[in-house]
Design a protein around this ligand. Structure first.
Ligand code: NDP
Length: 452
C-alpha cells in the first residue's frame, strides 16, 4: 500500500514540530504537519514564552524600587502595556516564523488547516482534502478548562490574557496551580490589584508542603490578596465591572476575572473514538511507553496524552517517537526525575521528590534553610529564600531538591543534573561553595532540620 506521506503530524506545537523535524531530517521520512492556529503551539504563542516575557516585564517594578536603596535615582512613570504588547506580538511573530522555517527547512510540508482522522492512515483537512500516511502522530496539546457556573462566559483564560487591549485595574484570579500563581505575581508586579481565590487549604497542590507555605506567604507579603478555601459561586456583568459572589459570602466587582483551573487534552472532534483509539477519563489519549496508541499506526505525544504536561517533556516524547519509528533506534522518553519551575515571584525550582512523597517509602533526612538574601535585604525587603534537600538516610542519595529564590529556575537546571545522576549528600558537601551566592547553601547545609 502506498501513502502520500510516511508521517502526518496533527499539531504544530513543541512535540509535533520536534517529531516532524527529526523524522524528516534524520529519519529521511516524507513528513507533513497540519496546524489549525499558529505554528509554535501553546508554549510559544500563548504559554511559556509570552508568560516569561511578562515575568521579566513585571520584575522591573521591584527592581527599580530596590535600585533606590543601591543609590540610583529612579523615577517610575508607570507601565505601558500597549507598548509591551506590540513588542511581544512582534517577538511571537518572529518565533512563529522560525518554527515554520525550521520545519520546512527539514523538508516538512505544512498545512495551515485543522486535520481530523478518517481512518487509521488517513486524515481529512478543513477543505475536504484527504491525505494518507503510514503513521499519524497526534500532538494537539490541551485547552483551558473553566468549570460550569453562572456567568462563566465573563471569565478569560490564559489564552486571552495576552490579547487584552489594556491591563485591568483589578483582577480576580481563580485557581491555585501553576498558571494562577504565576499570573497573580505577574499582574501584581505590573501594578494590577490582584485577588486570588483557591478552593483548597494552600496553593500549589501536589508540590512540597513547606514550599507551598513559603510561596503563599511571599505572595501575600508582595501584595496579592489570597483567599484560601474560597471559590466563586456566580458572576454577573454590571456597570461597575464583573460582580463576583464568593463561597465565603463576600461579593465585589472586578475589572476582569481570569480562570486558571487546569487544562484538558485536546481530543474532541478528532475522530479518535470512532477509530478505536482508547481515551482516558479526562479525554487524554492513552499511549504506551513508545507513545503508541491502541491503533498501531497512530501515536500521540505531549499534553494530549496528559503524562507530564511540560514543553521539554513533549519535545523529548516527540524526539523519542521519531528516533524509534524512523531513526532505527528504539528510544523511550524518560519521565523520571523531571525538573521544573513555577515562575512565581520568587521563583520555585524543583527536581525529584517532595518531602511528603519521600517519607512514604524512604527514611529521610531533610536539610533546609530559609534566609533573607543579601541583595534584597540590603534594599530593606523582608523576602526570604528557601533551599531544601531531601536525602535518603540509608543510600545518602539526594531524593529531592527544592529552591525558592530569584533565579531558582536557572539554579534547579544545574542541581537537577546532580540529582538525576544519583548524587549523594556527601557529593554535594564535597563541592566547594561559590561565595558570596545564595546557591552556596546547597553545599553548606550540615545538619538535618528533621528526620523521618
Ligand atoms: P493546574 O492543574 O496546575 O492547577 C489547576 C488549579 O485549578 C488547581 O489549583 C485546582 O485545584 C484548581 N481547580 C481545578 N478545577 C477547579 C474547579 N472546578 N473549581 C475551582 N478550582 C479548580 O493547572 P493550570 O491551569 O495552572 O496549568 C495547567 C498545566 O500547564 C500545569 O499542570 C502545567 O503542566 C502546565 N504549566 C506549566 C508551567 C510551568 O512549567 N512553569 C506554567 C503554566 C502551566 P485543586 O488543586 O484543588 O485540584
Amino acid at each position: 500500500m502506498t501513502f502520500d506521506y510516511d508521517l502526518f503530524v496533527i499539531g504544530g506545537g513543541s512535540g509535533g514540530v520536534r517529531a516532524a523535524r527529526i523524522a524528516a531530517s534524520e529519519g529521511g521520512a516524507k513528513v507533513a504537519l497540519a496546524e489549525e492556529f499558529r505554528m509554535g503551539g501553546t508554549c510559544v504563542i500563548r504559554g511559556c514564552v509570552p508568560k516569561k516575557l511578562m515575568v521579566f516585564a513585571s520584575g522591573f517594578s521591584q527592581m527599580m524600587e530596590d535600585g533606590k536603596s543601591y543609590g540610583w535615582d529612579i523615577r517610575q512613570n508607570g507601565f505601558d502595556w500597549p507598548k509591551f504588547k506590540t513588542h511581544l506580538e512582534t517577538e511571537l511573530d518572529r518565533l512563529e516564523a522560525a518554527y515554520r522555517r525550521n520545519a520546512q527547512n527539514a523538508g516538512v510540508t505544512i498545512y495551515d488547516s485543522r486535520a481530523v482522522l478518517k481512518d487509521a492512515h488517513t486524515v481529512v483537512l478543513a477543505d475536504g482534502q484527504t491525505v494518507s500516511a503510514k503513521h499519524i502522530l497526534i500532538a494537539t496539546g490541551g485547552y483551558p478548562f473553566v468549570p460550569d457556573l453562572p456567568g462563566r462566559d465573563l471569565a478569560m483564560t490564559s489564552n486571552e490574557i495576552f490579547l487584552q487591549e489594556e491591563l485591568p485595574k483589578s483582577i480576580l484570579i481563580v485557581g491555585g496551580g501553576y498558571i494562577a500563581c504565576e499570573f497573580a505575581c505577574i499582574l501584581n508586579g505590573l501594578g494590577v490589584e490582584v485577588t486570588q481565590f483557591y478552593r483548597g487549604a494552600q496553593i500549589l497542590n501536589g508540590f512540597d508542603e513547606e514550599v507551598r507555605g513559603h510561596i503563599g506567604e511571599s505572595m501575600i507579603d508582595s501584595g496579592v490578596s489570597l483567599s484560601l478555601g474560597c471559590d466563586v459561586m456566580e458572576m454577573e456583568q454590571q456597570d461597575q465591572g464583573i460582580w463576583v459572589k464568593a463561597t465565603s459570602g463576600k461579593d465585589r466587582h472586578y475589572d476582569a476575572v481570569l480562570y486558571a483551573t487546569g487544562r484538558m487534552p485536546n481530543t474532541t472532534g478528532l475522530g479518535l473514538e470512532d477509530l478505536g483509539v482508547k481515551l482516558g477519563r479526562r479525554g487524554e489519549i492513552l499511549v504506551d511507553e513508545w507513545s503508541q496508541t491502541s491503533v498501531p499506526s497512530i501515536y500521540a505525544v505531549g499534553d494530549v496524552t496528559d503524562r507530564i504536561n511540560l514543553t521539554p517533556v513533549a519535545i523529548r516524547e516527540g524526539h523519542a517517537f521519531a528516533d524509534t519509528v524512523f531513526g532505527g533506534k528504539k528510544v523511550k522518553a524518560d519521565h523520571t526525575c523531571v525538573p521544573g519551575a513555577v515562575f512565581t515571584q520568587p521563583e520555585y525550582g524543583y527536581v525529584g521528590m517532595t518531602e511528603e512523597e519521600a517519607r512514604k517509602d524512604h527514611s529521610i533526612e531533610v536539610y533546609a534553610t530559609a534566609f533573607k538574601p543579601m541583595k534584597t535585604a540590603f534594599a530593606g525587603r523582608s523576602d526570604r529564600v528557601l533551599f531544601k534537600l531531601i536525602v535518603d538516610a540509608e543510600t545518602r542519595k539526594v531524593l529531592g531538591c527544592h529552591i525558592v529564590a530569584e533565579g531558582a529556575a536557572e539554579l534547579i537546571q544545574l542541581a537537577a543534573i546532580a540529582v538525576k545522576m544519583g548524587a549523594t549528600k556527601e557529593n554535594f558537601d564535597r563541592t566547594v561553595a561559590v561565595h558570596p551566592t545564595i546557591a552556596e547553601e546547597l553545599v553548606t547545609m550540615r545538619t538535618p532540620v528533621r528526620t523521618a
